[in-house]
Design a protein around this ligand. Structure first.
Ligand SMILES: NC(=O)c1ccc[n+]([C@@H]2O[C@H](COP(=O)([O-])OP(=O)(O)OC[C@H]3O[C@@H](n4cnc5c(N)ncnc54)[C@H](OP(=O)(O)O)[C@@H]3O)[C@@H](O)[C@H]2O)c1
Length: 335
């Protein structure tokens, strides 16, 4: 099979090569990958470097082509999407699941064939493309976990999202589908215009308005019940939060140096705010997300699709950050 490997530090160490076809063992399924989506995590991983050559990317969707012994849930021909953590099926997070993160701890999805755990797969909704399904595992599940993993988003809540990348656009869409009001930020007026159509009715350019937190409060006329925090700007997020609001800490470096901030503890106490960390989520959440989006008719926002031979261009597009939503790589079937 053909696969991409990250051989060292930097996007330039990505190479396409041949690897032996993998074989499914007990409880595993062989999947022909048809689409992969990239996440900011893939840039972080490429920047920090792989200790040994590894197939990158956590997010992919494809067709079941063979079953290992004992597999009962799937059949050849089934269209599936894989969960980010192969061993976190349901329940609360435990650090042991970290060793099963695709495209990080173990080989990921940027290959024609992958072996996956049968309990880490979810059926793709009827009528969805592989490209759409491949956007869900990291960004989609993280947004779902942020809004449904603990304090559940309710109709009428105010949800704040930051920027127009994968996680934030999913959070915006899920919040709108839940009947919440969304206040979104972006560095670009053009992007803010585009996300108005997705239902973000308060929109603030954080570049031209550095005090975006105050601007959101003023324009919304209230504080946020949920802040989907993907940048590390915890003090701004606490400021925009309403009394009893929740700040969900997802990304820790986009807006701050080295992921370090001094936090005004008094603001947390006086607001009775909750600060909650999220690390993607279990297969059960991927399943809930798929069901909710299918029923609501909400489709993933795909910015662009690159061919399998142009993976480096896809990484560079993600690095430029001109995208809204997700950058996807399509893999045509050789069958
Ligand atoms: N904890 C977890 O489980 C988890 C899961 C997924 C992602 N993450 C983290 O969440 C973050 C987003 O990931 P992603 O894959 O969604 O990224 P992405 O698709 O690459 O999107 C990044 C976007 O963030 C926005 N941005 C950059 N700097 C910003 C700032 N200072 N303030 C507000 N927005 C800013 C930009 O949007 P505009 O161009 O519109 O300004 C940029 O396009 C990353 O840090 C990632 O590592 C964590």
């Amino acid at each position: 099979m053909i696969a991409w490997e990250l051989g060292g530090q930097g996007i330039e160490t990505l190479v396409q090569l041949e690897r032996p076809d993998p074989e499914p063992h007990r409880g595993q399924v062989l999947v022909r990958v048809r689409a992969v989506s990239l996440n900011y995590r893939d840039l972080i991983f490429a920047r920090s470097g792989a200790p040994a050559p590894i197939i990158p990317a956590s997010d992919g969707a494809g067709i079941v082509v063979a079953l290992g012994p004992g597999v009962t849930r799937w059949h050849p021909g089934d269209r599936v999407v894989a969960n980010f953590f192969q061993t976190w099926v349901d329940g609360a997070w435990h650090s042991r699941y970290g060793a099963s993160a695709l495209g990080g701890a173990i080989d990921g999805m940027l290959a024609e064939l992958v072996v996956l755990e049968e309990d880490a797969l979810v059926q793709i909704p009827e009528g969805w493309s592989f490209e759409e399904a491949a956007t869900l595992p990291c960004a989609g599940v993280t947004a779902w976990n942020a809004l449904y993993g603990d304090k559940v988003v309710r109709p009428g809540d105010l949800v704040v999202t930051q920027g127009t990348g994968g996680v934030s656009i999913f959070a915006l869409q899920l919040a709108v589908a839940a009947g919440a009001e969304v206040a979104a930020t972006s560095s670009s007026d053009h992007k803010l215009g585009a996300i108005a159509e997705l239902g973000a009715n308060v929109r603030v350019n954080y570049r031209s308005t550095p005090d975006w937190a105050q601007e959101v409060r003023t324009r919304a006329g209230r504080g946020a019940d949920h802040v989907v925090e993907v940048t590390g700007q915890l003090n701004d997020s606490l400021r925009v939060a309403a009394p009893n609001g929740t700040v969900v800490v997802i990304g820790t470096t986009l807006g701050v140096e080295g992921g370090m901030v001094e936090v005004r503890l008094r603001e947390i106490r006086e607001k009775c705010a909750t600060i909650r960390g999220v690390y993607v989520g279990p297969t059960a959440m991927l399943s809930d997300l798929v069901r909710a989006m299918a029923v609501a008719g909400t489709r993933p926002v795909i910015d662009s699709i690159f061919p399998f031979d142009n993976v480096v261009d896809a990484y560079q597009a993600l690095l430029r950050a001109d995208h809204i939503g997700k950058i996807v790589i399509g893999i045509s079937s050789s069958d």
